[in-house]
Design a protein around this ligand. Structure first.
Ligand code: PLP
Length: 348
């Protein structure tokens, strides 16, 4: 049984703690859901059009796409499949990491092999190679949560070649914000050098569909097949299916969210610079900031005002760090005003 608890806040408030899209979703998504018929809701969903739309979106063949009930489901399927192949398998996690990787490995009866962070979260291929010698599964994240930092160019390709026995999941939950993806390399991979690589995407972040629970795994069909076998039939619901099609048809929405997030990140960086706080320039829709010993006091003071940011100070390498979602500029400004007041009260 997992002890993992997702940080959630119910009720009103400014949610800047879960890297959600604070602009919500495109109005086209709402129209598509409102247009659902009783028949559509009364029938098990047909994914074919959504698979076509997703394949076209990523410019990959449709048999290279597996739609999933949120990327969390894809991460679980990868661990479950590794366990089938190698009971008690070793799964590698590069810290600091999205907590679900460890949860998925443990729930599938595997052993977590953690790669400790270097200063400034520098990527160490030597460390990953040492940890993955007899691994069945490796979770990578590009850009990473909670740091917002990208993987070095060529790292996945080198690892895929060095560890052919392992499945490498490249979690690209935030790729809409980085504008980078391994999917192009997968598409061009005629020689099969990336046959052990699976790219994971979610439509929760850039497209704002977090509550619909929908994502996709992209890989060679033979690499996806063992995971697809483990997925429950009709794992995705019809609202997610039609919502995704509508979201993908409104590219302007995505572009505007990404632009607004970029402006919000700049506002957060400016604040940090003015206050002498260490931060990491992020390729995602959030910023990790080292506020030092004030971390829990700051998080609590903001929560008292209904502004929720995430205390990441217990994550490896993240002592003193908070993570703040960079969504709509107005939301970021509200958060920064509250942070300004917090620091002003400390300096009195
Ligand atoms: C790195 C990473 N992967 C996966 C997910 C989960 O995505 P989904 O909401 O589609 O399950 C998240 C959510 O925050 C994440 O940060």
């Amino acid at each position: 049984m997992s002890t993992y608890q997702r940080a959630t806040v119910t009720g009103p408030g400014l949610r800047l703690h879960l890297n959600e899209n604070t602009a919500g979703c495109s109005p086209a998504v709402l129209s598509a859901i409102a247009a659902l018929t009783p028949d559509q809701i009364g029938s098990y969903p047909d994914y074919s059009r959504a698979i076509d739309a997703t394949a076209a979106w990523f410019n990959v063949p449709r048999d290279g796409v597996l739609l999933i009930n949120g990327l969390d489901e894809g991460l679980h399927l990868a661990s479950a499949s590794a366990s089938r192949r190698q009971p008690g398998f070793r799964g590698v996690v590069l810290e600091p990491a999205f907590e679900m990787y460890g949860v998925c490995i443990e729930e599938s009866g595997g052993t977590i092999v953690r790669v400790a962070p270097w200063p400034n979260f520098a990527f160490s291929m030597d460390d990953v190679l040492a940890a993955s010698e007899d691994a069945t599964l490796i979770y990578l994240t590009d850009p990473n949560n909670p740091t917002g930092l990208g993987l070095p160019a060529g790292a996945v390709e080198a690892l895929a070649a060095a560890r052919p026995q392992a499945t490498i999941v490249v979690d690209e939950a935030y790729a809409d914000f980085s504008g980078r993806s391994l999917i192009g390399a997968l598409r061009d991979d005629t020689s099969g050098r990336l046959r052990n690589v699976i790219v994971g995407r979610t439509f929760a972040k850039g497209h704002g569909l977090a509550a619909l629970r929908i994502g996709a795994l992209i890989a060679r069909p033979e690499t996806l097949a063992p995971l697809a076998q483990l997925q429950a039939p009709y794992s995705l619901n019809v609202a997610a299916i039609v919502g995704l099609e509508a979201a993908l048809s409104d590219q302007r929405w995505l572009v505007s969210c990404v632009e607004e997030s970029r402006a919000s990140k700049e506002a957060l960086y400016d604040f940090c610079t003015r206050h002498g706080l260490t931060f990491w320039r992020s390729e995602a829709n959030f910023v990790l900031i080292n506020v030092g010993v004030e971390a829990s006091a700051l998080v609590a003071a903001l929560a008292d005002q209904g502004i929720f940011i995430r205390d990441r100070s217990s994550a490896p390498g993240c002592a003193g760090c908070v993570r703040i979602t960079a969504g709509l500029l107005a939301h970021t400004a509200t958060c920064l005003r509250a942070m300004e007041a917090f620091y002003a009260s400390r300096n009195r």
